[in-house]
Design a protein around this ligand. Structure first.
Ligand code: SF4
Ligand code: SF4
Length: 170
């Protein structure tokens, strides 16, 4: 199934620049009202950084033998919560949206994997664990619990960041 072109937000360089500039401007204008957002973003960043070593191991275990590379067929992009998190946490956003139009492959998918730093990837790229990775992760229940709980907490923080941002700028 093909989604309409409009489903991909900020899919041109101009729209992407405009979205990031507008967000940066809103954060400057409402800086003092957004102290809670900055705390949430720092917490989300710490949680992400705490699970990245495990994610790296899962990729080393599962990806070299993969014959159906997820990033070559992923229909994903950075959404508003991703942009907000990048700006609040001081992470440089990717130079462009991942896709421009239906049928595209992610522009950051390279022969050796993703060319973005892990922190710069949309959350969906961290959240998604393929069946092969899940099989490896299940072999270490304590790690599985830590990764699952961290991902759930990050999801909650992202929702809260968005809600309090909207409240602050409204
Ligand atoms: S994450 Fe899973 S589906 Fe994606 S490339 Fe690695 S093994 Fe393949
Ligand atoms: S941003 Fe990276 S991890 Fe996400 S789909 Fe693109 S290549 Fe894959």
């Amino acid at each position: 199934m093909t989604a309409p072109l409009s489903a991909i937000p900020w899919n041109t360089p101009a729209l992407w620049c405009e979205a990031n500039a507008s967000l940066a401007d809103a954060l400057r204008t409402h800086w003092s009202a957004l102290a809670g957002n900055h705390r949430q973003a720092r917490q989300a960043r710490r949680l992400l950084e705490s699970i990245f070593p495990r994610m790296d191991i899962l990729c080393e275990q599962a990806c070299p033998a993969c014959t159906d590379v997820c990033c070559q067929r992923a229909w994903v992009w950075a959404d508003f919560r991703d942009l907000l998190f990048f700006h609040l946490a001081g992470i440089p956003p990717p130079e462009r949206q991942l896709l421009s139009q239906p049928g595209d492959h992610c522009r950051y998918a390279g022969p050796d994997g993703c060319r973005l730093e892990r922190l710069q990837r949309p959350f969906v790229c961290t959240w998604y664990l393929c069946p092969a990775q899940m099989r490896h992760l299940r072999q270490t229940p304590a790690e599985m619990k830590k990764v699952s709980e961290s991902l759930q907490l990050i999801k909650r923080l992202r929702r809260e960041m968005e809600a309090s941002f909207i409240e602050a700028v409204a």
